[in-house]
Design a protein around this ligand. Structure first.
Ligand code: GDD
Ligand code: MN
Length: 441
């Protein structure tokens, strides 16, 4: 019997070169038979043979992938030979100037299971939305894959993702951040930080706490989940789509599993991830958070009232001829204490916390010191670097980073929920039940 444990305990098993990493085109029939036998012996194919035959559509978004697409299509076709499902590929090309679509059209005579749709370039997310609508609509897919067209995702990993889906999941992620997965060593520090930061924002801002690789672009998703998603409501065009879609799926109760994969750096062409994508990504994560979390909305309301208190005390202190460098921290401190009290007795009221009020009070004070430091440092920096800006604006600007630091430290430290918390209605949408999200990998 196929066992999920096989992959979680022995992630090397599936990534071993003898099983899937070989260039598919070099693989002869004898080798295929040997591999098939190995898979049957280990139970992978046997389990797959039990379930119904499914129509699987692998979506490959492409923008200038001339150097990769033909070899990738061949490699995928080779992998399909060891799968008993009805395997299809849908290339979503955004009129690539390098003629990627032409190359795909040429191969379509050879491969009847390759489909192509083209359109104006509107971003990775927009391309996936068009592709998914086509896959579940016209192509009537049962399972839809997301996959990069630059060999960053190994075609040999496709059967493993599909196997995990058949076993017990609705949404399988080829994950770089679980044991056995990896990102390329040769990535620049910027790219590594970008990837880590993106996942951090997705987990802690968008609230996908239990998932390690929220931004991955290698996924197998049941069409039954996709059919319930209102794509127009996602409001994303770029890479933020990955987190928006995952969040929707989780909200719909999809069972998410992460399967370790090695992400391979592309050899041809270059990444299309731009600054706009990063900005949209962060805004989208906060948007998800605000919509989903009543706690955060309360926190924001408290923060707004704290802003009024902060500016009121600051103006009053200036009026009383107090030095601005004394008036600023004084006003900050008063507003932080104000925020703390409201948060304690209103925002986090329902949260069952472990600490006694006294300890929470101590943590309050420590957090307030950090927030004060952040806010005051911003104030000093702005007064020094932008001396012509009114001091009220400097004071207001300091509130923004201080509020974020304040929220995270208080939410995840001071008011950290007890292991069996009474989650509020909005937050229970999110993957806090271990049974829904496979955390063991
Ligand atoms: N049609 C279309 N339109 N395709 C696009 C567009 C677009 O605007 N932008 C990118 N693509 C295609 C690329 O041609 C490639 O096949 C795939 O989408 C991924 O794009 P890359 O530019 O190679 O992405 P990346 O390597 O920076 O990012 C990878 O990692 C991210 C997380 O770190 C991808 O897997 C992302 O999906 C993932 O979010
Ligand atoms: Mn890439």
């Amino acid at each position: 019997m196929f066992s999920w444990v096989q992959f979680t305990l022995f992630p090397h098993f599936a990534s071993e070169r003898e099983l899937g990493g070989l260039a598919a085109s070099q693989r002869g029939n004898t080798r295929m038979c040997r591999e098939r036998k190995l898979l049957i012996e280990t139970g992978i194919i046997e389990a797959a043979a039990e379930g119904p035959k499914m129509k699987v559509v692998i979506i490959l978004p492409t923008y200038n992938e001339r150097g990769n697409i033909v070899a990738l299509l061949a490699s995928l076709q080779n992998e399909f030979q060891r799968l008993r499902h009805d395997m299809h590929i849908l290339v979503v090309d955004d009129n690539s100037p390098d003629g990627t679509a032409e190359l795909v059209r040429e191969t379509m005579c050879r491969y009847p299971n390759v489909h192509l749709i083209t359109g104006e370039k509107a971003g990775l997310g927009a391309a996936y939305i068009r592709g998914m609508q086509h896959a579940i609509g016209e192509l009537r897919a049962d399972v839809v894959f997301e996959m990069d067209a630059d060999f960053s995702h190994d075609p040999a990993d496709v059967p493993r993702l599909l196997g995990a889906l058949e076993e017990s999941a609705d949404f399988v992620i080829g994950s770089r951040h679980v044991k056995g997965g990896s990102i390329p060593e040769e990535w620049s520090t910027w790219r590594k930080w970008n990837s880590a930061g993106g996942n951090w924002v997705a987990r802690y801002v968008a609230g996908l706490y239990g998932i390690r690789d929220c931004t991955a672009g290698f996924r197998a998703i049941r069409a039954s989940i996709l059919r319930q998603i209102d794509f127009s409501a996602l409001r994303v065009k770029g890479y933020a789509f990955q987190v928006a879609l995952l969040h929707q799926a989780v909200s719909l109760g999809a069972v998410v599993k992460e399967v370790p994969v090695h992400f391979i750096d592309r050899k041809h062409g270059h990444s299309k991830l731009g600054l706009n994508d990063i900005i949209e990504f962060i805004i989208n994560a906060w948007w998800i958070r605000m919509r989903a979390s009543r706690t955060f909305i309360r926190f924001a309301v408290v923060g707004a009232s704290g802003t009024v208190v902060n500016l009121g005390v600051f103006s009053a202190a200036l009026h009383a001829n107090l030095n601005k460098y004394i008036a600023s921290p004084l006003a900050i401190e008063v507003s932080i204490v104000w925020n703390f009290l409201l948060n304690n007795y209103w925002t986090f009221k329902e949260r069952r916390t472990r600490d006694r009020t006294r300890i929470k009070g101590l943590k309050f004070n420590l957090v307030s010191l950090v927030s004060l430091g952040v806010s005051f440092a911003t104030f000093i920096a702005l007064t020094l670097f932008l001396p012509r800006v009114p001091v009220q604006i400097d004071q207001l600007a300091g509130i923004v980073p201080a509020t974020l630091v304040n929220y995270f430290l208080n939410s995840y430290w001071t008011f950290r929920a007890h292991p069996e918390p009474e989650t509020d209605a909005a937050e229970s949408l999110l993957p806090q039940e271990p049974s829904r999200v496979n955390r063991s990998v």
